[in-house]
Design a protein around this ligand. Structure first.
Ligand code: GRF
Length: 218
């Protein structure tokens, strides 16, 4: 897993994969030292490291070793082309908006939600996509919507999107692992109505012709 910050998506993945035979977080690599995500890795007994130069392809290739799937969550650096090529269609990222809108260079953290609110959009959400040589541009694997509410601040919207991220990312990672991380792009389509009713968070995808649900409070 590639990280740069607090690591709440890492924690959601660690919690969701505990005892799983499908996948496990084998290593956590950070673009900077002394971040919350590295503490979470240590607490979970997962090997971790901070890169001295994230732009150095050789260092990153060595750090990732023979990972079957590389997962980015809150990783703020562009992935060198040689590393993208090595993990083509086996490297994914989660972004806190409905790409292709509100993505690209500089679009991370609070700024994303500020732009969504400023645009007047009524729906935001989370996106999991494959990583390519450009920020937030690779093929989309799965998305889930989050309604924008009247009076939303960037913080309030970010918190509701993050709650969806913590369910969407483990669902996608588990599904890719169960499919053996295919060499063809995977697209997961939502099942039924995608809107959240009340405060019950229901994420449901058609996986292999079967509706699979992840639920919990917001
Ligand atoms: C998440 O909102 C993710 O979508 C974005 O950066 C944030 C990382 O949060 N790319 P965390 O470090 O996983 O808590």
């Amino acid at each position: 897993m590639l990280v740069s910050g607090g690591g709440t998506n890492l924690q959601a993945l660690l919690d969701a994969l505990r005892g799983s035979s499908d996948a496990r977080v084998a290593r956590v690599v950070s673009s900077r030292p002394a971040v919350g995500a590295l503490e979470r890795a240590r607490a979970a007994g997962v090997p971790s490291a901070a890169l001295s130069d994230p732009a150095d392809a050789a260092e990153l290739l060595a750090a990732l070793g023979d990972a079957g799937l590389v997962v980015l969550a809150g990783y703020l650096k562009r992935i060198p082309a040689a590393v993208v090529a090595r993990w083509r269609l086996r490297m994914i990222n989660i972004h806190p908006a409905l790409l292709p809108a509100f993505g690209g260079p500089g679009m991370y953290g609070r700024r994303v939600h500020e732009r969504v609110l400023a645009s007047g959009a009524a729906i935001s959400g989370a996106t999991v996509h494959y990583v390519d040589e450009e920020y937030d541009r690779g093929p989309i694997i799965a998305q889930w919507p989050v309604p924008v509410r009247p009076g939303d601040t960037p913080e309030a919207l970010a918190a509701r999107v993050l709650a969806v991220e913590h369910r969407l990312l483990p669902l996608v990672v588990t599904e890719l692992a169960r499919r053996g991380v295919p060499r063809e792009p995977v697209r997961l389509s939502a099942a039924g109505s995608a809107f959240v009713s009340g405060d019950a968070l229901e994420i449901e995808f058609n996986l292999g012709g079967q509706a699979v649900r992840r639920s919990g409070g917001l």
